[in-house]
Design a binder for this molecule. Structure first.
Ligand SMILES: NC(=O)c1ccc[n+]([C@@H]2O[C@H](COP(=O)([O-])OP(=O)(O)OC[C@H]3O[C@@H](n4cnc5c(N)ncnc54)[C@H](O)[C@@H]3O)[C@@H](O)[C@H]2O)c1
Length: 263
């Protein structure tokens, strides 16, 4: 048996592909020989990411695509673009997401709605459209983006936890729906990765009069391995779950948290 974690020649969609973790996932797939539709709400950023990585990986096809995951027409257009570019879709890394840090009692309704729209409904719409395209092939790997906040609630991000528990639950339900078609559906639960999302969260702490540096250090000191995760740590788990190594795994939510979450 080959021990190669092979996605060579496969065709993938990555949403949120211009973000820190999204870009790391595109890079991991491209390095392993997969073609990728580089999809993000920010069209210019998607183009920059695809162009930059295409230079690093000239042997695969990296195609930029604008897609707002909260909009069904935009999601359908993304799936059509992938089918047009590659002929079929083998892998989805569904990474688009958002977070804010607003005290629960002060959190306006519209932030709750936006969080559920992007993180929960976005996952629903993209999984639904991609699964439809995968079913005729009787194969495929869908990997969603949850969070440690999709396994345990934190008082500092009530709406985010609600949206990421939705992703964890949806992953289980869609996994059972997709299993008869030989399609695997799993999600990844990262801990703390210092990305743009965390830059904005730390800004929110400062704006609320807190000490962002002390907050960051306190959060990291609680991690058993005593270090934050990197975008590459997360991309490696996405790649594993996108590969034949995960052929017999479905409905799972895998923590990459340095030991912070153990269930
Ligand atoms: N950074 C962390 O510590 C951490 C921890 C757990 C989970 N996550 C999850 O990882 C994912 C990526 O986050 P990141 O940390 O790389 O942040 P990021 O802000 O760098 O990336 C998010 C990307 O998603 C895109 N996006 C936002 N809304 C969108 C929409 N409606 N449609 C399409 N694209 C949209 C943004 O344009 C951006 O490129 C998110 O789902 C986040 O919840 C992050």
């Amino acid at each position: 048996m080959s021990m190669e974690l092979s996605v060579q020649g496969k065709n993938a969609i990555v949403t949120g592909a211009a973000g820190n973790i999204g870009e790391a996932c595109v890079r991991a797939l491209a390095a392993a020989g997969a073609n990728v539709l580089v999809a993000d709400m920010d069209a210019a950023a998607a183009e920059r990411t695809a162009e930059k990585l295409q230079k690093e990986y000239p042997d695969v096809k990296l195609v930029p695509q604008v897609c707002d995951v909260t909009n069904k027409a935009s999601v359908d257009a993304m799936v059509s673009a992938a089918l047009e570019a590659f002929g079929r879709i083998d892998i989805l890394n569904n990474i688009a997401g958002m977070s804010t840090k607003v005290d629960f009692l002060e959190m306006p309704e519209d932030i709750y709605d936006q969080m559920m729209d992007v993180n929960a409904k976005g996952t629903f719409l993209v999984d639904q459209a991609v699964l439809k395209a995968m079913i005729p092939n009787r194969s495929g790997k869908i990997v969603n983006m949850s969070s440690m906040s999709g396994k345990e609630g934190y008082p500092t991000n009530v709406a985010y936890s609600a949206s990421k528990f939705a992703v964890t639950g949806m992953t289980q339900a869609i996994a059972k729906y997709a299993a008869p078609y030989n399609i695997n559906v799993n999600c990844v639960c990262p801990g703390i990765v210092h990305t743009h999302i965390w830059d904005r969260l730390l800004d929110d702490v400062t704006k609320a009069g807190g000490d962002a540096d002390a907050y960051w250090k306190e959060r990291i000191s609680a991690i058993p391995l005593k270090r934050p995760q990197t975008a590459e740590d997360i991309a490696h788990m996405f790649l594993y779950l996108s590969s034949p190594f995960a052929d017999n795994m479905t409905g799972q939510s895998i923590n990459v948290t340095g030991g912070l979450i153990l269930h």
